[in-house]
Write a protein that binds this ligand. Structure first.
Ligand SMILES: *Cc1c(COP(=O)(O)O)cnc(C)c1O
Length: 387
């Protein structure tokens, strides 16, 4: 039996070094709980950084993966496949607009594809993104990501990207023009500090795009699949995007991404883009099972109710270390008066795993299946460490 200590020291010896890691070795998960090598339980408010909206080892997903693994795991998109055909029909039926879908393997890869499609479809180079926006770490996605510490070591990045302040419709309108291929926005900025779009902002972005013939790309990698209280966060607004970018919880914790392209843009030219693992039947089976659970168990509605309760409780406590509690559904941020890092460690010691969102924001991203009792335990732990 491995101990946490032996796991940590082995990993530290051989890991890339890219990730500042917490001193905990997770070996098992069930629902909203994770367990370390000694069997200690943690309430998980990280949820695989947003990939585990269904919690850990959801039985419906486990069963679908086991059955498909024994049937067919590899089938590139040069062939048709039953699981992929089924999932494409189910996903497009759940989307808020008629679409064709490109399947891939991660959030950055989905953003990357969406950027290429925007250039391909418009013949223009420009991309307008937002300050504090996060879209991933590959060269194209990184060019849209704002955080200088992620970008600067890798310059020069892809040309013709610009960043405007998030939530300011006039500055966005000024940045969009005849050379703009796309505007790329998150409906709630996740990594950038848990900042929901102000009312009317996404509508204004839609108008700016329409005025200049640019495409509106909405990055729902973190907000998708029920997280904010609707299946997709864009549904809180009346806006129809041209492209919707999905990943994280699409396959309940397995690596998958998708780009939904509005049907009016037509099929893309054959051979213009591709991916070996994209549309993989094992992942499609997992994503089908996950989508069924999101819908049948009304997880978006549960996220709305649980998130409202959580934010209400956190505000009522009037914790002196907290400047503001904000969010949408179960994407919740506490803006602190000081750096968040020591509080993450204190929460871990109390059995709650949480995330930062920038230097001073504590982000709570629990699985949508978290129980009311577990959520109350999270509130108690947060109150204890921030008091
Ligand atoms: C996490 C995230 C990405 C990148 O996804 P990866 O799967 O880590 O590449 C892109 N956009 C948003 C909004 C994200 O939260």
């Amino acid at each position: 039996m491995s101990t946490s200590e032996s796991i940590i020291s082995a990993e530290q010896r051989y890991t890339s070094g890219l990730y500042p890691k917490r001193p905990v070795a997770i070996v098992r998960g069930e629902g909203a709980r994770l367990y370390d090598a000694e069997g200690r339980a943690y309430i998980d408010c990280v949820a695989g950084q947003g990939a585990a909206n269904l919690g850990h080892s959801h039985p419906a997903v486990v069963a679908a993966v086991q059955a498909q693994a024994a049937t067919l795991m590899s089938c590139p998109e040069i062939f048709h496949n039953d699981r992929r055909a089924a999932y494409l029909a189910e996903l497009t039926a759940a989307l808020p607009f008629p679409a064709r879908v490109f399947l891939c393997n991660s959030g950055a890869e989905a953003v990357e594809a969406a950027l290429k499609f925007a250039r391909l479809l418009t013949g223009r180079p420009g991309v307008v993104a937002a300050r504090r926006g996060f879209h991933g770490r590959t060269m194209g996605a990184l060019s849209a990501t704002w955080e200088p510490k992620y970008r600067e070591p890798f310059a020069p990045l892809v040309p013709a990207f610009s960043h405007v302040p998030y939530g300011e419709p006039e500055e966005l309108a000024e940045a969009v023009g005849a050379q703009t291929a796309a505007v790329l926005l998150e409906p709630v900025q996740g990594e950038g500090g848990v900042r929901p779009a102000p009312p009317g902002y996404l509508e204004a972005a839609r108008r700016s795009c329409d005025e200049h013939g640019a495409l509106l790309l909405i990055d729902e990698v973190q907000t998708g699949f029920g997280r904010t209280g609707r299946l997709f966060a864009i549904e809180h607004s009346g806006v129809t995007p041209d492209v919707l970018i999905l990943a994280k919880s699409i396959a309940a914790g397995l690596p998958m991404g998708a780009v939904a392209i509005h049907e009016r843009l037509g099929p893309l030219p054959g051979g213009a883009h591709g991916s070996t693992f994209g549309g993989n039947p094992l992942l499609c089976a997992a994503a089908s099972a996950a989508l069924r659970v999101y819908q049948e168990q009304e997880l978006p509605r549960q996220a709305a109710a649980k998130g409202a309760w959580l934010m209400g409780r956190l505000r009522e406590l009037q914790l002196p270390a907290v400047r503001e509690v904000r969010g949408l559904g179960l994407l919740v941020g506490l803006e602190l008066k000081t750096r968040v890092q020591p509080y993450l460690q204190a929460l871990l010691e109390r059995g709650v795993l949480a995330l930062p969102a920038g230097p001073t924001v504590l982000r709570l991203l629990p699985p949508l299946v978290i129980s009311d009792d577990e959520l109350a335990e999270v509130v108690d732990a947060v109150a204890a460490v921030l008091r």
